[in-house]
Design a protein around this ligand. Structure first.
Ligand code: IMP
Ligand code: MG
Length: 178
């Protein structure tokens, strides 16, 4: 598979789409067997739009619901540290079992911000599912319940993940080529 160029940088294939499908299937299975009743999945836009669409098709829990929030912390290939809420939650969260769907957890700043959004909402439970996780970059103590794949501290794009807003449409996940 060929390298691709986005803006000024070159990327090489890192996780081909066939492997992504296997990771997503495995993650969905873990969620399905966790016996969470009437879950409300909340996908974090923009990055998780493809992951959320694919994982939801593999969820077999009755009465599952999905909603979306939009947050942003990245500029280029570096986390800015501050996370802004761009689209908030509208529905009633009281007594709901929340499962966050994230494309990638890096420093954990976004996850911490999300947890703040759910404080004082009287939710029943809170779990986090992420397609990718960078354990060496993670700075928080918040447990991550469902992890698709742990990766090194490489910058990745594709399958929803962007480099300055482009590359989200790529079917494979690519990493920065050195
Ligand atoms: P965190 O707040 O540092 O954990 O970063 C989380 C968010 O940063 C993710 O939801 C992504 O949108 C973005 N992000 C983190 N690492 C990468 C990457 O390698 N490529 C593209 N986006 C990333
Ligand atoms: Mg994101």
């Amino acid at each position: 598979m060929e390298d691709i160029k986005l803006h000024d940088k070159t990327f090489e294939v890192y996780i081909p789409e066939t492997e992504i499908a296997e990771i997503v299937q495995h993650l969905a299975k873990q969620i399905n067997i966790a016996s969470i009743s009437r879950p409300l999945f909340i996908a974090v836009l923009n990055g998780s739009f493809l992951f959320a669409a694919d994982v939801m098709r593999k969820i077999t829990i009755p009465n599952s619901e999905i909603s979306f929030i939009k947050l942003a912390s990245y500029q280029g290939t570096k986390s800015t540290g501050s996370v802004n809420e761009l689209i908030g939650l509208s529905q009633d969260l009281e007594n709901r079992n929340i499962i966050i769907l994230e494309d990638i957890i890096d420093t954990g700043n976004t996850l911490e911000k999300i947890i703040e959004l759910f404080q004082n909402k009287k939710i029943a439970s809170f779990k986090t599912a992420t397609l990718l996780y960078k354990p060496k970059a993670y700075k928080k103590d918040i447990p991550i319940d469902f992890i698709g794949k742990s990766i090194p501290n490489d910058f990745v794009v594709g399958y929803g993940l962007d480099y300055d807003e482009i590359g989200r449409n790529l079917p494979h996940i690519y990493k920065l080529k050195n």
